[in-house]
Design a protein around this ligand. Structure first.
Ligand code: ARG
Length: 556
């Protein structure tokens, strides 16, 4: 990593490893790295300004570092741009797709994400968890871990009982079709009908009991068929979103084992019966009370999660297990982790929770309970429509080509807009803004990549020998950014935060555009070198978008 040049130089003077405190200055004019000296004050018994001056004096400019300047308690380092560029370019060309990958991670990590429920909509909110989980899995793998992608769907329980009830009572004359809109529609109708008449609740509970016992053949058949329809509709969505799963768990698998967990908890006196229901009182931990089994014996979400946590570690030789789940389930997941801890679950410290906040449209919240929830597929079609319009403004394409390209652009727009935001911030998604080909958007990044390729094509680039010489400011900025990529990946790996890679991608693309604007490439004296910069830009941007789960396009 290029920051190691600075770390090494400083350790020669201070005998300290400063890799963790080295900063990247806000502006390029202030140097490529900066060392704040405030934390050394106590040990060295000097004020930070003096310390910075001392360090700056003692470090000699050389092959890697061109200039060292002390400013108000900071030491600013300017890397030697020509040498740096040659090295970084060599590195990128040698490693290609692997450039930026690291070895800090080891072992096997399960990432559980997406988790749509059968008989309900795969709504736009699911896209956030799906994009995030896939990106995290890629970042883990790029950093040396083995990632196991897991999905976990609710295919039994009260919401399924509501669906089956509503279908049998009001829609049984309709043909059951493998159509996600129709299936999601029945659920929405169920919620409405149940709100209109309180006495319906008992009918639904009756169905839930039958479903739980699996004794009603007719009901089982209906459940089985509609469940499969839901599941099959997800394949296409995951394909579009560049995701795949190694394992798909379902709540129905954990009904028995969930009940067994409860028995053990009762024996261990962790759980108790209250009014016939099985509960765990976690009030003294500030986590309220969780009901695991209803008084009719039917099993609830929390009990199933206890069994799932164990199964994950039994199925795979996991070192850690990450849950990417909506923030609304914060309490639930902490209750589950706490009970596992009380029950002495060996791997409890290897469980990690990545809470994701909501995603909304400018016109309001989307919810899967009320009628106005937005199906992913409907929304995606709207985005494609916008993208086709943008494409048609610029190119003449057959409608099939335009559609394929528009789908890729729409997907990039959606994923990028989600991943550039910090995980725990609510997002307002504005479709018309995010599909734009300019600004901080996915399409802009794809466009920059395609533009770089077209330059290389026009120049018939082959990658001949070059020498960097003295670099201009835009050239240097590009080279430094290339060099910084591995540390950006490392940071986003440590913080499980793809947003760092998203911000980096945008900065890289913006810098490339400045460079292209100010430096003639084809036909200039430094054509060979500048073409290398263009080619490395394309490679590094491709690698970073890949970590976000976004495929580049050769042409826009
Ligand atoms: N299917 C659940 C839901 O839609 C989310 C599952 C989250 N994962 C878990 N292990 N509880 O609410």
């Amino acid at each position: 990593m290029i920051r190691d040049y600075v770390v090494k130089a400083v350790s020669g003077v201070l005998k300290e490893d400063v890799s963790d405190i080295l900063e990247v200055p806000k502006s390029f004019d202030m140097g490529d790295y900066a060392l704040p000296c405030f934390s050394f004050s106590k040990k060295l018994r000097k004020n930070p300004v003096e310390i910075a001056n001392d360090i700056a004096k003692k470090i000699k400019a050389g092959k890697e570092i061109e200039k060292v300047v002390a400013v108000g308690g900071y030491v600013n380092f300017f890397l030697n741009s020509g040498k740096l560029a040659e090295r970084v370019i060599g590195d990128i060309k040698g490693k290609k797709e692997k450039y930026g990958s690291g070895k800090s991670g080891k072992g096997v990590t399960m990432v559980e994400f997406s988790q749509p429920n059968t008989h309900k909509a795969f709504h736009f909110g699911h896209v956030r968890g799906t994009s995030l989980g896939e990106s995290l899995a890629r970042i883990l793998e790029f950093s040396g871990e083995k990632a196991v992608r897991a999905n976990y769907s609710g295919d039994t329980g009260m919401h399924i009982a509501k669906w089956l009830w509503c279908y049998m009572k009001y829609h049984s004359h309709e043909r059951i079709v493998n159509d996600e809109k129709w299936i999601a529609g029945i659920y929405v109708d169920a919620v409405k009908k149940l709100e209109s008449n309180e006495s319906f609740a008992e009918e639904v509970e009756e169905i839930n009991r039958k479903l739980d016992s699996r004794n009603d053949e007719k009901l089982n058949k209906l459940w089985d068929m509609t469940r499969k329809f839901s599941i099959s509709s997800w394949d296409r969505i995951y394909h579009e979103l560049n995701t795949r799963f190694d394992v798909h768990y379902f709540e129905s698998e954990f009904e028995k084992s969930g009940k067994k967990e409860c028995k053990n908890l009762i024996n261990k006196k962790i759980a108790k019966l209250s009014d016939g229901a099985t509960i765990v009182d976690l009030k003294n931990k500030g986590l309220g009370v969780i009901v695991l089994l209803r008084k009719d014996g039917t099993v609830l979400y929390g009990a199933k999660d206890l069994a799932l946590a164990r199964k994950k570690f039994r199925d795979y030789n996991l070192n850690r297990s990450i849950y990417v789940i909506g923030k609304a389930q914060d309490l639930h997941i902490h209750q589950v982790f706490e009970i596992l801890k009380m029950a002495g679950f060996k791997y409890v410290d290897s469980l990690e929770y990545v809470p994701i906040s909501e995603i909304r449209f400018p016109w309001g919240k989307m919810s899967s309970r009320s009628g106005e929830n937005v199906l992913y597929s409907e929304f995606r079609d709207k985005m494609i429509e916008y993208a086709v319009k943008e494409i048609e403004k610029r190119y003449k394409l057959s409608s099939k080509d335009a559609y394929d390209r528009a789908l890729a652009i729409a997907t990039a727009a959606i994923k990028y807009s989600i991943l550039k935001q910090d995980v725990n911030k609510n997002i307002i998604f504005n479709p018309k803004e995010e599909i734009k080909f300019e600004g901080d958007t996915g399409p802009y990044l794809l466009y920059s990549y395609a533009r770089a390729l077209s330059i290389l094509e026009k120049a018939k680039y082959k990658g001949k020998r070059f020498s960097a010489g003295k670099l201009g400011p835009e050239e240097k900025k590009l080279a430094v950014l290339f060099g910084r990529f591995p540390e950006i990946v490392e940071n986003s790996y440590r913080n499980l935060n793809p947003a760092l890679i998203a911000h980096y991608s945008y900065e890289l693309a913006k810098t490339f555009s400045e460079f292209y604007h100010n430096c003639q490439v084809i036909g200039s004296d430094s054509e060979q070198f500048r073409l290398e910069l263009v080619s490395c830009f394309a490679q590094v941007l491709k690698n970073s978008l890949n970590l976000l789960g976004i495929d580049v396009l050769e042409k826009m």
